[in-house]
Design a protein around this ligand. Structure first.
Ligand code: DX5
Ligand code: ZN
Length: 216
């Protein structure tokens, strides 16, 4: 599986968003991860479709992976697709018909993905595995960047990898040089890293180092 590294824009300096998007692109990372939060689903708010559109304007060739931490993602799918989302990730804990919404994401020309929170049993995503292009296993409780990686979530990654050897499997939350390696060993091939990458003065060196360490 191709290893992919995705800086999370949530950890960027919001006063210089365009520059931060360009810095992430220039780092050699594979895609930009955009965290959309509503305060019903998580105890925080982040940003909306305008920032996805800004990312497209600023770095049109930098792939946009959009993570909807929302109770009703179904109400916003068209808006995020129109803004330039290329993958849309919706949570299995969301309050909508996931079979319908995953199909709708695909009909909008966007790749659908399913996400599960740390407390959610992995079996809950089984009915959707044939309908998605990617599974995201959260390794923190969503809502904030900069939290500690929950290694107890990794058996879920292995569970999915055993059943779908060719599927993209992502981890998100608390990923750094060490936890990236643990995640890849468990079967993940896509790594979201927010605070770890954005706090680096040389993001490109950190991305290259993560790639090298995960290849071993
Ligand atoms: C958590 C978000 C993550 C977050 C990761 O609510 O879904 O994408 O930005 O941030 P770090 O890498 O700092 O844990
Ligand atoms: Zn995320």
């Amino acid at each position: 599986m191709k290893l992919e590294i995705l800086p999370s824009l949530l950890a960027a300096d919001f006063g210089r968003l365009s520059d931060e998007i360009l810095r992430a692109e220039a780092s050699g990372a594979d895609a930009l991860h955009l965290d959309i939060m509503d305060p019903h689903f998580v105890p925080n708010l982040s940003f909306g479709p305008d920032v996805v559109a800004l990312s497209r304007r600023t770095a049109p060739g930098f792939y946009r992976n959009v993570h909807l931490m929302m109770s009703r993602p179904d109400l916003y799918l068209e808006k995020f697709a129109a803004a330039g989302a290329q993958t849309i990730q919706i949570h299995v804990e969301a309050d909508c018909d996931l079979h319908v919404e995953l199909a709708r994401i695909r009909s909008l020309g966007v790749k659908p993905a399913i996400v599960l929170n740390p407390e959610t049993p992995v079996e809950r995503i089984a009915p959707y595995l044939d309908e998605v292009d990617e599974v995201l296993v959260m390794t923190v409780h969503p809502g904030y960047g900069g939290q500690k990686f929950i290694a107890d979530c990794l058996p879920k990654v292995s569970w999915v990898r055993e059943r779908r050897p060719g599927l993209d499997i992502m981890v998100d939350g608390g990923v750094n040089g060490d936890t990236a390696v643990e995640s890849v060993k468990a079967g993940a091939n896509q790594l979201v890293a927010g605070s770890y990458l954005f706090r680096q003065s040389d993001m490109a060196a950190a991305v290259a180092d993560m790639r090298r360490r995960c290849a071993c």
